[in-house]
Structures are given as structure tokens and as C-alpha cells.
Design a protein around this ligand. Structure first.
Ligand code: AMP
Ligand code: TRP
Length: 323
């Protein structure tokens, strides 16, 4: 099965990215029948990051983090989105069949404008570029968090419109893969964990910063001796990170009382550190070997280009463009 997904290099990876998306990438790469393409969405990040040096270094950092977390370049293609020119080419073809009304309904566009971002064409057309990422490699499944569900629907709409206009089943309709329990990981303030909300727990922050983030998780004023609320982000994050066999004990600490929120936060911090300890170590090694990360990205681009080229040729032919 063909699988594709990407992460924007607009900041450092956080628990939402890991639990909603990257954990799925790791599971999926293990099945021999899967053919996986995981990229760094630098063209998408260009809609918000204007400084070339910053974008270049964040892109390399996300690729490094993919490897540190265990993506295996022998099994999956890891590449920069901007290394695959077929993506922007297909995005243009798709844009010629994209109704303006479809883009106007985009939640992500509306949210970004509401946050004060300048309404550029790039932001508006963001879903068309994302559709091209997915369709150009003929992906059947796309592992993402729930915030991307509408983009996946749009991708299917655009593929259908393109196939109809050209009267050929050229583009395959992909399905999203969204983990029900980690579809929308809450941040330390209880809203969706997101770089743009400044409420993240980063995977690779220094331990002191991690401690500060975890200790800032909002809680209510339940007294120490009383049972604690299972509604806030602390409970949700603990549940997501606690190994299933230890969950009964963690849950008991919430429901029986006698344990302050501080102690429960310390438990969560321990889990974050334990879960990512091997990845943190591996990341330190990778940071000293940028050449290796670059070589992985180059090999990944070649694999992605090999997957994209035949479909691009078909699309050009169907549209009547130069062959
Ligand atoms: P982004 O950082 O926006 O490029 O997101 C990369 C991936 O992480 C996408 O698949 C998102 O859906 C996923 N993701 C980001 N934030 C969260 C969250 N709070 N909960 C679940 N998934 C998330
Ligand atoms: N838009 C996605 C996000 O913000 C990132 C992304 C870009 C993506 N292209 C993609 C995800 C293709 C999956 C498939 O999270």
C-alpha cells in the first residue's frame, strides 16, 4: 500500500506531531507491504517562514528528528518537498480545476487569517499544494491528525474533478488515517497542541524547558485529597503516553485522590523523558553528521521522483502539455 505524509518545518516537533502523525509513520514503515513516503513540507512552510536561513535549518532539523525517532531510510523515502518539482507542477494543473468556493471554505485558511496572517495566494492555495503532494505519488493512505481531515476531503474532491475534466482515472483517491485516541492532542493550555498557540511540549527541548512546559499544564483547584478531574490536558496526555499495562495505576492516582497535580505532572515529565530518551541520544549523534542526513534526503528525493515521473507524464499527456 502506498503511504504519504509530511510535516511542515515551521518549528520544532511536539507531542501533537508525534502522537497524531509520526507514531503512525513508525508503525506503518514496519509492514513490508507498505511503500512509504515521508517528507518535510518546506514549500508549505514558505507560506509563513520568510527567512531562507531559518527555513533551511528547520527543514534539516525535521529530517534529523524523523531519523532520530526511528524512521528507517532503507525502508521509507524521506525527502524535502521542494526537491520534487512534480509537486508544484501538479499543483498548477489541479488549481485549474479547483473551485474558489472550495478554498474559501478552508478552516485552516480562515484560522490563519483570523490570527492576523496576511491573506496571500499561497495561504489560500495551500490545500491544492497538499493535494499535489499526496496525488503525485499515487498514495492510498495518509496518516495525519484530525486537523488535516478537511484537507484530505479537498484532495479527494480535486482528484475527482481532475479525473472528470480529463475523462480518465489518472489520480487515485486517498483515504486519511487518523488515530481516534490521538486525533487532537491537547496542549498545556487545553486547546489543540500547536506551534502557533505556543502551548506545545517539544520532543527534543532541553530537560529544564520540558519541565517548565509540563509544570505549566493548566489544572483546576481540586484539593490534594480529592479525586482529580479526568477532563483536562494532564489526564489526556498521561493517558496517551502511559504504557497500557501501567495505565490502571496512573488512573487510580487520579480517581482516588491523595496525590497533587504536581506529582502527576512529575509522572508525565518522567514518561516524556523515558519515551524519547533513545531518540534524544540518537539525535545528538545525527546533529554531528549533517552529511548523513543530507544523503538520506537526496536518496529519498530520487525514490520519490521515480514514483512521481510516470504519473506526471500521464498528466501532461492528458492535459496536452509538452511531453
Ligand atoms: P504540522 O506541524 O501542522 O505540519 O503537523 C504535522 C502533523 O502533525 C499533521 O499530521 C498534523 O495533523 C499532526 N498534528 C499536529 N498537531 C496535532 C495535535 N495537536 N494533535 C494531533 N495531531 C497533530
Ligand atoms: N498540511 C499538513 C500540516 O500542516 C502538512 C502537509 C503538507 C501534509 N502536505 C501534506 C500532510 C501531505 C500529509 C500529506 O500538518
Amino acid at each position: 500500500m502506498r503511504i504519504v505524509s509530511g510535516v511542515q518545518p515551521t518549528g520544532r516537533l511536539h507531542l501533537g506531531n508525534y502522537l497524531g502523525a509520526i507514531r503512525q509513520f513508525l508503525d506503518l514503515q514496519s509492514a513490508p507491504a507498505h511503500d512509504c513516503f515521508f517528507f518535510v513540507a518546506d514549500l508549505h512552510a514558505l507560506t509563513t517562514i520568510r527567512d531562507g536561513a531559518t527555513l533551511r535549518s528547520l527543514t534539516l532539523e525535521i529530517a534529523t528528528d524523523y531519523l532520530a525517532l526511528g524512521l528507517d531510510p532503507d525502508r521509507v523515502a524521506i525527502y524535502r518537498q521542494s526537491s520534487l518539482p512534480q509537486v508544484t507542477e501538479l499543483a498548477w494543473m489541479l488549481s485549474t480545476v479547483t473551485p474558489m468556493g472550495l478554498l474559501r471554505r478552508g478552516h485552516s485558511y480562515k484560522d490563519k487569517i483570523a490570527r492576523g496572517l496576511e491573506p496571500t495566494h499561497g495561504l489560500f492555495a495551500y490545500p491544492v499544494l497538499m493535494a499535489a503532494d499526496i496525488l503525485i505519488v499515487g498514495a492510498e493512505r495518509v496518516p495525519v491528525g484530525r486537523d488535516q481531515a478537511q484537507h484530505l476531503e479537498m484532495t479527494r474532491d480535486l482528484a475527482t474533478a481532475f479525473n472528470q475534466v480529463h475523462d480518465e482515472p489518472l489520480l487515485r483517491l486517498p483515504e486519511p488515517m487518523i488515530l481516534p485516541d490521538a486525533a487532537l492532542v491537547p496542549g498545556i493550555d487545553g486547546r489543540k497542541m500547536s506551534k502557533s498557540h505556543g502551548n506545545v511540549i517539544e520532543l527534543f527541548a532541553p530537560e529544564a524547558d520540558l519541565r517548565r512546559s509540563v509544570m505549566s499544564i493548566v489544572t483546576d483547584s481540586t484539593p490534594l485529597e480529592d479525586p482529580k478531574s479526568a477532563r483536562g490536558p494532564l489526564y489526556a496526555l498521561l493517558k496517551l503516553l502511559t504504557p497500557p499495562e501501567e495505565w490502571a495505576e496512573s488512573r487510580r492516582l487520579f480517581t482516588t485522590g491523595g496525590q497533587g497535580y504536581g506529582a502527576l505532572k512529575t509522572r508525565l515529565l518522567g514518561l516524556v523523558l523515558d519515551t524519547f530518551r533513545p531518540a534524544r541520544q540518537r539525535r545528538e549523534e545525527l546533529l554531528r553528521d549533517v552529511g548523513f542526513v543530507e544523503s538520506v534526503l537526496n536518496a529519498g528525493s530520487e525514490r520519490a521522483a521515480t514514483a512521481a515521473a510516470p504519473l506526471m507524464a500521464e498528466c501532461r499527456r492528458a492535459c496536452g502539455l509538452a511531453g
